[in-house]
Design a protein around this ligand. Structure first.
Ligand SMILES: [Zn+2]
Length: 437
């Protein structure tokens, strides 16, 4: 059994210990120490990382008193990663796992069994976890006290953290709980740890029924929350800074609340500030005018699209009449090839083609001017031609994609020289190998 320093001293970041077991864990070098300040993944809180340094030779480690005076390294405040002299170079602790009562430290390099080591927890990572985790206790307690809504799940992620509430909450209720939690944080209340038997605990007003028997570790936020937890927490609520709810969504009949505390809350604000700042500069409005401004723009765009469509339709009819007028009318259906129509998108080309095939007996092929080329192949009713088959040959030869029916097919993304595309199309249409029987 590893003695867990973080149970009683969550602020210990440097410690001395000895290696009681050295082995491979999932193919990677790993050790068990007689005592550790490294937190293994459990209870929704991720593992600690950091460094281990092996003492060079027996003298250094025993001279420092080994495990018995282990508190000294913590007080000395030395940085293990920089330390030389009697100690070797630092080895990375890349993962920490809880297994059958032991804390397993997964390492970047092996360390010998029996070695004296000094450990240093990556404090930036750990303190962030302490802020999020203690903030979670307080936010969960706020939902519990204000709305009698229990927390049934907790996840502390690398970017965001979530709590899952049993029942649904409105945004107004969430805002009230958020406000309550921040009030408790700003009162800088004491957060204390104590150990009790499960019988003793059953008589206490715990927020949640403990799921285990034996000795329980209780975390108390003074006069606000009492719950059994094995994680690491800050010693006063003020260290959390603040808690903000970033999002809320329906989840399994309840609500999943995404929140951020401490430096994460600051980062969330900075990221929003950048996004909102960019938007208000572009729109020349105040931040609180953004939603109304976007709504107005969306309505304007919708109107413009409608107007544009009407104009395009009218113009397509004129363009169709002009093209028919310019063509040579002879025996049978007229073949209209128009290359490089300017300013017409795919739906415009389609509108022109539809007008032509309605106004004259014709086979028509229209191409956009700019590459990659859009194309519309159409024919009047009764003309024996499969437009979709013609388009199929074109996309096969010049790339792009498209499809349609026998009377009208439409494609885009045709590459290569427009005159080569035109020559191929003319040949296909004049020879009519795709006649409908
Ligand atoms: Zn906790």
């Amino acid at each position: 059994m590893t003695s867990r320093i973080y149970y009683t001293d969550p602020y210990c970041r440097r410690f001395d210990a000895s290696v009681t077991k050295a082995f491979l864990h999932d193919g990677r070098p790993a050790v068990v120490l007689d005592r550790t300040a490294f937190y293994p993944t459990s209870g929704g809180q991720p593992f600690d990382t950091g460094k281990l340094v092996e003492a060079n030779g027996a003298g250094a480690a025993s001279g420092a008193g080994g495990a018995s005076e282990a508190g000294r390294a913590s007080e000395a405040g030395e940085d293990v990663g920089e330390r030389r002299g009697p100690y070797g170079s630092a080895i990375d602790v890349v993962d920490t796992v809880d297994l059958d009562g032991d804390v397993i430290h997964v390492l970047s390099e092996p360390v010998h069994e029996g070695a004296a080591v000094r450990g240093e927890v990556d404090w930036g990572r750990r303190f962030d976890h302490m802020q999020q985790h203690t903030g979670q206790h307080i936010l969960s307690a706020a939902f519990d006290r204000l709305f009698d809504n229990r927390t049934v799940g907790f996840h502390l992620g690398a970017e965001t953290s979530t709590i899952d509430l049993l029942r649904e909450m409105s945004w107004a209720q969430i805002a009230r709980a958020e406000h309550e939690a921040n009030s408790i944080i700003w009162e800088d209340r004491e957060v204390s740890v104590r150990f009790v038997t499960s019988e003793h605990a059953s008589a206490l007003p715990l927020r949640k029924e403990p799921s285990r028997e034996g000795t329980l570790r209780l975390i108390e936020v003074k006069d606000f929350d009492l719950s059994a937890c094995g994680g690491t927490h800050v010693s006063r609520t003020g260290a959390i800074g603040s808690v903000v709810v970033a999002a809320a969504e329906k989840f399994k009949g309840g609500t999943r609340v995404t929140f951020a505390c401490g430096s994460r809350a600051v980062r969330a604000f900075q990221s929003l500030r950048d996004a909102v700042g960019g938007s208000v500069r572009l729109l020349s409005v105040l931040p609180n005018e953004l939603p109304a401004s976007i709504e107005r723009m969306q309505a304007e765009t919708k109107d413009l699209r409608r107007t544009l469509k009407r104009f395009q339709e009218a113009l397509a009819s004129h363009e169709a009449a002009r093209l028919i007028g310019a063509s040579e009318l002879g025996q049978g259906p007229v073949l209209l090839m128009v290359e490089g129509l300017d300013g017409w998108d795919a739906s415009g080309l389609k509108a022109i083609a539809t007008h032509i095939t309605a106004q004259a007996s014709a086979v028509v092929a229209l191409f956009s001017k700019a590459p990659p080329h859009a194309v519309v192949i159409a024919r009047s009713p009764g003309v024996p031609l499969d437009a979709a088959a013609v388009l199929g040959v074109l996309t096969e030869r010049f790339g792009g994609r498209g499809g349609g029916k026998a009377d009208l097919a439409q494609g885009g993304g045709l590459g290569g020289d427009l005159s080569a595309i035109l020559a191929t199309t003319r040949e296909l249409l004049e020879n009519r190998p795709f006649s409908l029987s």
